[in-house]
Structure formats: structure tokens, C-alpha cells
Design a protein. Structure first.
Length: 431
């Protein structure tokens, strides 16, 4: 018995040391080109995102118009997914990220101009501010596609899950740090300080990339036709998009609609804005805890081993939310949901990296992001109209059911991504 216990201890110690070595290797290899810039960019975006509707209202927009203007960033991100994949395939990851970073800095400058130009022309300021927000979304899409293409090529297959889950971890840390730092700076100046902070963080990230980033991508020949490349990706991967893609859309619907129906449900059961904010903040904090553990699961047991429990927890807690009637009950449900979401940290990006081939990686990941962003946008936009037609409880229940359908998709119809036979020919050779 003692010998068995000693053997278990030795095995556990060996495994812990192996995981520490893997983490050290990833941080040494990818901190400067990926994780450091990811934290900085996320912190900058975290500083800007909460004040977008507030800045629009200060410029004279109504509440409805302010909401539309704030949503332009997501629209720019969504529309530019496929063009971003084409651009990355043409000029490589390094120049794509550098270009997007310069665009973000320029956009911040014009945002500051728009905020401070209200005295001269409210209409001009609103138009300029709206264009800037849309441009930020497009530039962010280019950055994200290029970053995922780089990680897919730089990470070995056995470390890819952990490598990409760390991106999720640094993203979450940045989104927490950015608003806190920006709120402190507001005391010295106005809302434009968020854009000043974003531009500074982006410039530092660009310096890190200049010092450490090298392309991994096979570039597409310049004489190929962009639409033909994208068409070939869609045709060659149609069976994958119809199974894995659908499952990822369902996952995204449940994951991202929470940001909309959590505050609405909290308000419906009589919670104050402060209580709702506290619940969501604590849930997001719990979300950051298991991100590296999620990477270990993906690398050791497969991508489905992380996706299925993550989506199952998200779905069950979504269904459980409609039975909550107090602060403590909703807090418990949302904390469990946050942990479940953390178990799926980086899962969509990792599956996309697994399914991409070196010769068409940029184009495929552009289409893949469009697929996942469809679920993200659909989930966010589904709650309001469906609640108006039926009820909030019915809507939340429906989203929970969509999640359970996604679980069934992953269990019965989605093959482990690393075992899927990928198209043998490149997209630009296809017709």
C-alpha cells in the first residue's frame, strides 16, 4: 500500500514538473510576440469599451443612437473577418499586426479629436466618432486573425491547447486591468483618457512585436483571386463547417448571450445595478481561474473533452437561471457558469488552428472567425426581440436548450478535430 502511495506521489510530481516545463517553454517562446501584446491590447480595449456609449452620449447622441454607435465596433469586427484572412495570407502575420496596430493608434487620435471637437460641430464629432469605432473593430479583427495564424504555426501540436488557452488568460487579465486603470485616470481628465491609454498600450505592443515577431505563414501567390480562395475554403471544408462549425455557433450563442440576459434577469428579479455588476464581475473573475487547466485538458484528452463539459455547464446554468429569485441564488448560478466558460478558454481558437493547413491558414481562420462571430452576434441580438415577443424566461430557456443541442452535436456529430482528415490541396489551387 505504501509502495502504491509513493508511486502515485512520484507520478503526480513528475506530471507537475512536466506541466511547469511546458508553461515555461510557452512563456519563453511566446510572451514577447503574443502574450505581452495580447495583455496590452486587451487592457486598452477594456479601458475603451465601457465608455463608448457614454462618450457618444456626451457628443449629443440619444441612448438608442449611443447603443448603435457602441455596436459599430462589433460590426466592424464581424464584417472584416474574411478580408482580414485574405490580407494575412497576402502580407503575413507580422505586417498584418503592425498595420492593424498603426490603424488602432490613428483611430484613437481621431476619437480624442471627436470627443474634444463637440464645441465646433456635434454632427461632425458623432460621424467621426462612429467611423472611428467601426475602424477599431476592423483593425482588431485583422490583429486577432494574424495572431491566431501565428500561434497555429509557432506552437507544436502537443502544446497548442495550452498555448492558445494562455491567450484567453492574458486577454481576461487585460480586460480586468484596463477598466480599473482607466477609471483611475478619469479623475485627472475626461473620457478621452481611455483612448490615450489604449494608444499607449498599442504602441508598446507594437514595439514588442517589432523586436520578436517572425512570420510562420506560407503566403498566397499574388496572382490568386481572393474570392476564389475564400470560395475554395468554403467548398473544401463544407463538411467541417456543417458539423464542427454548427457546434461552435451554438457554443458562441450561449456563451455571449449571457452578457445580455444576465443584467435583464437581475433587473427582473429586483436586483440593483450595483448588485448585478458585482455578480457579473465575480463571475468574470472565476472565469479566469481554470484557463490553463482548460489547455491541459485539450492537449491531454482532446478538444471535445474541454468543449463538452464547458458547454454543458453553460447550458445547465442558463436553464437554472430562470429559477433564481434572489441575489445569492443568481450569484451561485453565475459563478458556476463563469467556471464552465473558463473550462472552454481558447477552445474555438484551438479548434480553428487544428483545422487549418499552413498553405491556407489565413483564409481559413478568417472564415472560421466569421462562423464563430455569427454565433456571438446572433446570441447577443437574439435576447431582446425574442423577449419582446414571448418573455425573458422563455428566451433564457430557449438559449439553454440551444446549448444542450450543441452538447449533443459535440458528442455525436463532431469528430475530434485533430483526427479529422483535412483537404489535401490548398485553397488557391482549388477552383
Amino acid at each position: 500500500m505504501r509502495r502504491l502511495r509513493n508511486q502515485v506521489v512520484l507520478t503526480s510530481t513528475f506530471e507537475s514538473r512536466r506541466q511547469i516545463r511546458a508553461l515555461t517553454q510557452l512563456l519563453r517562446q511566446l510572451f514577447l510576440p503574443v502574450y505581452g501584446p495580447t495583455f496590452l491590447l486587451s487592457a486598452g480595449q477594456g479601458a475603451v469599451m465601457p465608455i463608448l456609449p457614454l462618450a457618444a452620449q456626451d457628443l449629443g447622441a440619444s441612448i438608442a443612437l449611443a447603443g448603435i454607435i457602441a455596436a459599430l465596433r462589433g460590426l466592424g469586427n464581424y464584417i472584416f473577418d474574411i478580408p482580414a484572412g485574405i490580407i494575412v495570407g497576402r502580407i503575413g502575420e507580422r505586417w498584418s499586426i503592425l498595420s492593424s496596430g498603426v490603424i488602432l493608434v490613428v483611430a484613437c487620435v481621431f476619437a480624442i479629436y471627436a470627443i474634444t471637437a463637440i464645441e465646433s460641430s456635434t454632427t461632425t464629432a458623432l460621424i467621426c466618432f462612429s467611423a472611428v469605432i467601426f475602424l477599431m473593430g476592423a483593425a482588431s479583427s485583422l490583429w486577432q486573425v494574424a495572431r491566431l495564424v501565428y500561434i497555429a504555426g509557432a506552437c507544436s501540436e502537443e502544446l497548442r491547447g495550452r498555448g492558445i488557452s494562455l491567450v484567453g488568460g492574458f486577454t481576461r487579465a487585460g480586460r480586468f486591468a484596463g477598466p480599473v486603470l482607466a477609471a483611475f485616470l478619469y479623475t485627472f481628465n475626461g473620457l478621452e483618457m481611455a483612448f490615450v491609454l489604449f494608444s499607449i498600450f498599442t504602441l508598446v505592443a507594437l514595439v514588442l512585436i517589432l523586436l520578436s515577431f517572425q512570420d510562420t505563414l506560407h503566403r498566397v501567390p499574388e496572382d490568386t483571386i481572393p474570392l476564389r480562395e475564400i470560395g475554395a475554403v468554403i467548398i473544401n471544408y463544407k463538411s467541417i463547417f456543417s458539423t464542427v462549425g454548427v457546434a461552435v455557433i451554438l457554443l458562441a450563442v450561449v456563451r455571449h448571450s449571457r452578457d445580455v440576459f444576465w443584467p435583464l434577469w437581475g433587473s427582473q428579479i429586483g436586483l440593483s445595478a450595483q448588485e448585478i455588476s458585482l455578480i457579473m464581475g465575480l463571475s468574470f473573475a472565476v472565469d479566469t481561474v481554470p484557463f490553463y487547466f482548460a489547455g491541459i485538458i485539450m492537449d491531454k484528452f482532446g478538444r471535445r473533452a474541454a468543449a463538452i463539459p464547458s458547454l454543458l455547464i453553460l447550458s445547465v446554468t442558463t436553464l437554472g437561471l430562470i429559477f433564481t429569485e434572489s441575489f445569492s441564488e443568481m450569484l451561485i448560478v453565475c459563478l458556476i457558469s463563469g467556471f464552465g466558460n473558463g473550462l472552454g478558454s481558447g477552445i474555438v481558437m484551438t479548434i480553428g488552428a487544428d483545422l487549418s493547413l499552413p498553405e491556407n491558414r489565413g483564409q481559413f481562420i478568417g472564415v472560421w472567425r466569421l462562423v464563430s462571430d455569427t454565433g456571438q452576434a446572433g446570441g447577443s441580438m437574439l435576447v431582446g426581440p425574442l423577449s419582446a415577443i414571448t418573455s425573458l424566461a422563455f428566451t433564457v430557456s430557449g438559449i439553454g436548450a440551444i446549448g444542450l443541442l450543441g452538447v449533443l452535436m459535440f458528442v455525436f456529430f463532431v469528430q475530434e478535430p485533430k483526427t479529422i482528415e483535412l483537404p489535401s490541396q490548398s485553397t488557391y489551387d482549388s477552383s
